[in-house]
Design a binder for this molecule. Structure first.
Ligand SMILES: Cc1ncc(COP(=O)(O)O)c(C=O)c1O
Length: 406
């Protein structure tokens, strides 16, 4: 049954405020989503009643916090259907998860002249860590091109999969274009070539049901704050076999078994990759977010957002001089556009004055902007709590922008 948006909106306190004396319309969900009460209250409860360091104390609070933290790991495991809970590593977010793999995978498996394949639609978080690692190890970064709809060139990809290709790192969903990539097929082709696959799922999990065993990817990364959870927490999923072979990313407490000045032995999975005191409160907040969207059901969320996306595109098409950036047939709820005669920054500034939050700029994907020959775009990214009425108000506001600047 489709969910009741009005009722749902009551769960999100941040939506009920005025910005520039107008009721807030929040269309910057690809940057970060707003948080439901269930998430805010879970974090409040942790710090009010449960706060304690985990895996260390014999006392009640510590044991309780440890159990809650490990239960959250089980929740994530079920959410993405990982085979084992120790394949779930808590990180600060997608960026840290990718950096972890770039560091540890390279150290063990990549040598001079080897190749890493990314795509032309990656977020800087899935470009720069590979560039740094390639430079350190003398490896070569190859890029899968995209076409003018923002679709990956799969024929070019197949040609890039040569004997030296060690790892493919691609986004599941593009943050600047909304394109959904065929990550299962990408993985299948890579595995035929004995190449590992990392999927950047930062923009996917709040819109698409993800089953890492079905995708068969070797690594999958995401951030809590883009799926209605808190900032500063995220996940690296990695197949047990890879994670066991990879050296630790950071040294410190928790990740060791025994330490002497002569030699240190490392803890087992997942603790080997979780050095130091973890972000327990936000892990629990992320767990609450996962339960929240699981309760709403991802397929219902996707259907709601698809209806909104279709409606938004139809309405935006009525405006003069508009150019859409990213018109792939398989898309999630991101609409990127520019007016040919108005700078995106000016559009964004006027919308903000009218209480409408959109993103303007390169969206941390400068190569995408270069491909389309634009300085940046205006990005409207939709979420579960957005409505048709908000889109109607956006269109009225954009007409005002056109009257002022065109
Ligand atoms: C596709 C994609 N990858 C990676 C990231 C980085 O996520 P975080 O900043 O949460 O680490 C983002 C954030 O916008 C993103 O959209």
């Amino acid at each position: 049954m489709p969910f009741n948006t009005e009722q749902l909106r009551r769960e999100f306190p941040a939506l009920h405020q005025e910005v520039n004396k107008r009721p807030l319309i929040y269309f910057d969900n690809a940057a970060t989503t707003q948080k439901p009460k269930a998430v805010i209250e879970r974090i409040l409860q942790y710090y009010s009643r449960e706060n304690s360091n985990i895996h260390r104390g014999a006392h009640f609070l510590s044991q309780q916090a440890t159990e809650a933290y490990e239960e959250a790991r089980n929740t994530v495991q079920m959410f993405i259907n990982a085979a084992f809970n120790h394949e779930i590593i808590f990180t600060r977010g997608t960026t840290e998860a990718i950096n972890l793999v770039a560091h540890s995978f390279f150290k063990k498996f990549v040598k001079k002249g080897d190749e890493i394949i990314i795509s032309a639609m990656e977020h800087h978080s899935n470009i720069v860590p590979w560039q740094i690692a390639c430079e350190d190890y003398g490896a070569i970064l190859k890029v899968i091109p995209i076409d003018d709809d923002g679709v990956l060139d799969m024929e070019a990809y197949k040609k890039l999969l040569g004997p030296k290709a060690r790892l493919v790192a691609v986004t599941h969903v593009s943050n600047s274009l909304g394109t959904i990539n065929p990550v299962k097929e990408i993985t299948r082709l890579a595995h035929e070539n004995n190449t590992a696959v990392l999927i950047d799922g930062a923009q996917a999990l709040s819109h698409i049901k993800v089953d890492v065993q079905d995708l068969d990817c070797d690594f999958y990364c995401f951030s809590g704050h883009k799926l209605y959870g808190p900032m500063g927490v995220g996940v690296l999923y990695g197949k047990e076999d890879w994670l066991n072979q990879m050296p630790p990313y950071q040294g410190g407490g928790e990740m060791i078994k025994e330490v002497t000045f002569e030699k240190t032995t490392f803890n087992e999975l997942p603790f080997k990759f979780e050095a130091g005191t973890p972000n327990v409160g936000d892990v629990l907040g992320m767990e609450a977010a996962i339960k929240f969207i699981s309760y709403l059901r991802i397929d219902e969320i996707a259907a709601h957002e698809q209806r909104l996306l279709d409606y938004a595109v139809k309405q935006l098409k009525t405006l003069d001089n508009i150019r859409f950036i990213g018109t792939a047939p398989e898309k999630t709820s991101v609409v990127s556009f520019i007016f040919n005669d108005i700078h995106p920054y000016d559009t964004g500034t006027i919308l903000d004055k009218l209480g409408i939050a959109v993103r303007t700029g390169h969206h941390c994907a400068q190569p995408v902007m270069d491909h389309f020959g634009v300085p940046g775009t205006v990005r409207v990214s939709l979420a579960i709590y957005n409505t048709r009425s908000e889109i109607d108000q956006l269109i009225v506001a954009l007409k005002q922008v056109r009257e002022m600047f065109a």
